[in-house]
Design a protein around this ligand. Structure first.
Ligand SMILES: NC(=O)c1ccc[n+]([C@@H]2O[C@H](COP(=O)([O-])OP(=O)(O)OC[C@H]3O[C@@H](n4cnc5c(N)ncnc54)[C@H](O)[C@@H]3O)[C@@H](O)[C@H]2O)c1
Length: 432
């Protein structure tokens, strides 16, 4: 059941299902070499893309130049496609349990349009087994076709990094896998056409699924270790970043730093592995501890700030604090699963008056998602400032900027360690 030649000669089309951070750049890259249909359930987003606008605000309008994609939210249009790539979200629910609704619903959509000889490739981050055990039965049920005989599936995880303009989709080696040897090779050929960095053929779909989920789990655990060290060193009055700098002079010391872990990947993906482990009767120790530590950092920071204010004789109820940055990481507009929002709420629990600014985030989205108000400009004087995200615009700020917007005994919490502590001697400076 070969497909590459028909795709290459444009006898058959590729569909990309879910045009977000992952799906849209991939669809645009594929469009350089293949006939592409871009499908998304959100008609407003589809309309924006038709007009050369990336709703995720990652791509410039020039990224759409000379690319012909049939953007649609009409299921019927998928009939024309034979190689379907699914890149829909895989979040967790309020109990940190995988929410497979989008990926199962996308499987249903594709299943209803599936034809003999078609391929379905999943790109969404999942736990090992999800593609074959959860999605394939839906594809079979909706299509009435037989997996393996009538259609094939594959899994190829995405590794892009939001806000990273250097490691773009075509420049990152891509893991590919298929349900058998032939499909793995066909899928590899299709991706190889667009991904100039090359492909790595994993031995099975489960191996590819597991590889993706552990990349982010490993990162989460390493950051958790840094956060735990930071809490220990705080009690010992040692500067964590200075310790890490010294230890980093050893050739094999891994370079991670403490911080809030938000967003929809690193703070979410480990829960997929935890869920699968529990299904097979195992209780993961390190992975769950890492998640607990990282999720507990906002409470640690809030408590630390309140203690500092009280030590200075300030009543938290009368204190005004500015939080700078709410996006989940630097230089992006994405506020999903922002731990800074948790921090703001935590501070409010202590009755602090909190102001919030961010040059990248949209005030409407912040209001809608978190019921918080994003101010245009700081309106001091403040008793403390929390530099929560290392946006480009914040990295160049100096001591004077902070003393100007703060009252007496100014406190600066520099969560990302942006400032040189020797250059902010007039401030009560603290960092993780
Ligand atoms: N964002 C990243 O940097 C990144 C990196 C690697 C992997 N991933 C993984 O890739 C997957 C997609 O993430 P994302 O960040 O692109 O998500 P996203 O939220 O940016 O975009 C998802 C898109 O899918 C659409 N959608 C939702 N349900 C749909 C359905 N049933 N049918 C069709 N369209 C649907 C949404 O309208 C949206 O446009 C997730 O599994 C994520 O974990 C993301």
């Amino acid at each position: 059941m070969k497909i590459y030649d028909d795709l290459k000669s444009r006898k058959k089309a590729i569909s990309v299902i879910g045009l977000g951070y992952v799906g849209l750049p991939l669809a645009l890259e594929f469009a350089k070499y293949f006939d592409v249909i871009g499908f998304d359930i959100n008609a407003d987003r589809v309309e924006m893309m038709k007009n050369g606008i990336d709703p995720s605000k990652e791509l410039k309008s020039s990224a759409f130049d000379n690319k012909t994609i049939n953007y649609t939210s009409n299921h019927e249009d998928l009939k024309r496609a034979h190689f379907h790539v699914v890149a829909v979200p895989t979040p967790v629910d309020e109990h940190c349990v995988p929410d497979l609704k989008p990926v199962l619903s996308a499987s249903k959509t594709v299943g209803q349009q599936l034809k003999k000889g078609d391929y379905v490739i999943f790109e969404s981050t999942v736990y090992p087994g999800c593609t074959e055990e959860d999605c394939v039965p839906i594809l079979e049920k909706e299509s009435g076709l037989k997996f393996g005989k009538d259609f094939k599936v594959g899994y190829s995880p995405e590794r892009i990094n939001p806000g990273d303009k250097e490691h773009t989709v075509e420049k990152i080696l891509k893991i590919v896998s298929g349900s058998d040897n032939e499909s793995s090779q066909e899928i590899a050929k299709v991706y190889l056409e667009a991904i100039k960095a090359g492909v790595y053929e994993a031995s099975s779909i489960k191996v590819a699924e597991a590889a993706k989920v552990i990349e982010n789990t490993q990162r989460d655990i390493n950051i958790a270790l840094m956060n735990e060290l930071s809490m220990i060193f705080d009690k010992l009055n040692i500067d964590t970043l200075e310790v890490l700098e010294a230890a980093g002079t050893k050739w094999n010391f891994l370079k991670f730093s403490p911080g809030l872990v938000g967003g929809h990947c690193i703070g979410v993906d480990p829960y997929y592995l935890v869920y699968k482990a529990r299904q097979i009767g195992m209780e993961p120790q390190i992975i769950s501890s890492g998640r607990r530590i990282n999720d507990g950092m906002t409470a640690f920071v809030a408590k630390k700030l309140v203690q500092k204010l009280i030590k200075k004789g300030k009543n938290p109820q009368n204190s005004k604090v500015l939080v700078m940055g709410i996006t989940f990481k630097e230089n992006v507009a994405d506020i999903r699963n922002s731990k800074v929002a948790d921090l703001v709420r935590e501070l409010m629990q202590y009755s602090l008056n909190v102001h919030l600014v961010d040059p990248y985030a949209s005030p409407n989205e912040v209001a809608h998602e978190y019921n918080l108000t994003l101010m245009d400009e700081p309106a001091g004087p403040y008793d403390a400032v929390i530099l929560a995200v290392n946006h480009k615009a914040y990295v160049s700020l100096d001591e004077k900027y902070f003393t100007d917007i703060m009252s007496d005994s100014p406190i600066l919490f520099d969560l990302k360690g942006v400032m040189d502590r020797d250059e902010v001697k007039q401030l009560d400076y603290w960092r993780l």
